[in-house]
Design a binder for this molecule. Structure first.
Ligand SMILES: NC(=O)C1=CN([C@@H]2O[C@H](COP(=O)(O)OP(=O)(O)OC[C@H]3O[C@@H](n4cnc5c(N)ncnc54)[C@H](OP(=O)(O)O)[C@@H]3O)[C@@H](O)[C@H]2O)[C@@H](O)CC1
Ligand SMILES: Nc1ncnc2c1ncn2[C@@H]1O[C@H](COP(=O)(O)OP(=O)(O)O)[C@@H](O)[C@H]1O
Ligand SMILES: [Mg+2]
Length: 280
C-alpha cells in the first residue's frame, strides 16, 4: 500500500498555447432525477471548473433552468432524449453516470444504453445510483470491462451492495480480489479513501477529514475525476485519477483551516486557483 503525497499533483500540466477546447476533452455527466438534481449539477460544475473542455449534462428536464443558472458553460440533453444521448456518448472522452440518477426504470434504461455504447478508448466513471443498480446485475460485470475503462467510485455501502463484501470485511485483500474480478478501477470512498487499480499497488489517501461529510461531496469528486481523466490521462491514467482524488481532499483541507464544514460548492469554486498554483 502506498500513501499518496502532494507529489502526485505534478500530473497537473501548464496548458500549451496551441490548443483549444477540444484539446481538453469532452465530458458527459449523466444523472439527476427530479429528487436529486443537485448531485449532477455539482458533478457537472466540478468538471467545468477542473478544466474539461466541453461538458454536457444529461439530466431530467426539470433541472434545465437550474443547470443553466448554476453552470452556463455546460450543455444540456434531456434524459428522455435517447437519440441525442447516444450521439453525445459517441463523442465523449469521459462519461460519468450515477450522481442523483435514481433507480427508477428510466434510469436503468439509460444505464443500459451507456453500457452498450461505451468503447474501450473511453473512461466510464460509475457512481451513486448507477452502482446501486449494477449491484442487482453484478453477474454481468465481467463482460463490461472490455467496453470502456471502468472507474467505480462507491462509498462503503455502495461497495457492499456491488461486491457483496460487508463493510466490516472490506479488507485490502478482499477488495483487491473483487477489483481484479471486475477488471476495473475502484475508488473506495471513506475516511482515508483507497484506490484499487489494475497492476498497481493500492493507493491510500492520507488527507481529508470529517469537514467533508456533506451530501454532494462524492458527486463533486466524480466531476473532478472526469476532468482530470479528460486532460491528463494520456501517459499515466492511474496517476491522473490519483491526482483528482488528492486534489478534492487537499482543497478541503485548505478550506477547513478556517471553516467548520467545507461544502462541495466551496471546493468547486477553489479548483481553478488550486490547479493554477500546482500546475507544472
Ligand atoms: N444534492 C443531491 O442531489 C444529492 C444527491 N445524492 C444522490 O443520492 C443518491 C443516493 O446516494 P446516497 O449515498 O445518499 O444513499 P445510499 O446509496 O442509500 O447510501 C447511504 C446509506 O449507506 C450507508 N453508509 C455506510 N457507509 C457509508 C459511507 N462511508 N458513506 C456514505 N454512506 C454510507 C448510510 O448509512 P447511515 O447514513 O444510515 O449511517 C446509508 O444507510 C445517489 O445517486 C447520490 O448521488 C447524494 O449524493 C446526496 C446529495
Ligand atoms: N470523515 C471523512 N474523512 C474524509 N473524507 C470524507 C469523510 N466523510 C466523507 N468524506 C469524503 O466525502 C465524499 C463522500 O462521498 P459520497 O458518500 O458519495 O457523497 P455524496 O453521494 O453525498 O456526494 C468521499 O470523497 C469521502 O471520502
Ligand atoms: Mg455518492
Amino acid at each position: 500500500m502506498q500513501d499518496l503525497t502532494a507529489e502526485i499533483l505534478t500530473v497537473i500540466k501548464k496548458r500549451p498555447t496551441q490548443s483549444h477546447k477540444g484539446t481538453y476533452g469532452r465530458v458527459v455527466t449523466i444523472g439527476g432525477n427530479k429528487q436529486y438534481g443537485g448531485a449532477i449539477l455539482m458533478s457537472t460544475s466540478a468538471a467545468v471548473h477542473a478544466g474539461a473542455g466541453l461538458v454536457t449534462c444529461v439530466t431530467a428536464p426539470e433541472n434545465l433552468s437550474a443547470l443553466h443558472t448554476f453552470v452556463p458553460e455546460a450543455m444540456f440533453v434531456s434524459s428522455h432524449d435517447y437519440s441525442t444521448l447516444v450521439d453525445v456518448i459517441q463523442s465523449a472522452t469521459v462519461i460519468v453516470i450515477g450522481p442523483g440518477l435514481g433507480t427508477e426504470d428510466f434510469a436503468a434504461d439509460i444505464l443500459q444504453i451507456v453500457l452498450n455504447r461505451v468503447t474501450d478508448d473511453q473512461y466510464l466513471i460509475i457512481d451513486g445510483s448507477a452502482i446501486t443498480m449494477l449491484a442487482d446485475v453484478k453477474d454481468q460485470l465481467h463482460i463490461m470491462a472490455p467496453h470502456g475503462q471502468l472507474i467505480f467510485t462507491p462509498h462503503e455501502m455502495e461497495w457492499q451492495r456491488l461486491s457483496g463484501i460487508k463493510i466490516a470485511d472490506q479488507t485490502e485483500e478482499n477488495n483487491r480480489q473483487k477489483q481484479e474480478e471486475y477488471q476495473a478501477t475502484v475508488v473506495l470512498k471513506k475516511h482515508h479513501t483507497k484506490i484499487y487499480a489494475p497492476q498497481t499497488p493500492t493507493m491510500r489517501l492520507p488527507i481529508g477529514g470529517p469537514y467533508m461529510a456533506t451530501g454532494g461531496m462524492g458527486d463533486t469528486l466524480t466531476g473532478i475525476i472526469a476532468a482530470f481523466m479528460a486532460q491528463f490521462a494520456h501517459d499515466d491514467p492511474q496517476s491522473a485519477l490519483a491526482a483528482a482524488v488528492y486534489t478534492h481532499s487537499a482543497i478541503a483541507d485548505e478550506l477547513s483551516e478556517d471553516a467548520y464544514v467545507v461544502l462541495p460548492t466551496d471546493i468547486i469554486e477553489r479548483l481553478q486557483k488550486f490547479m493554477k498554483e500546482h500546475s507544472k
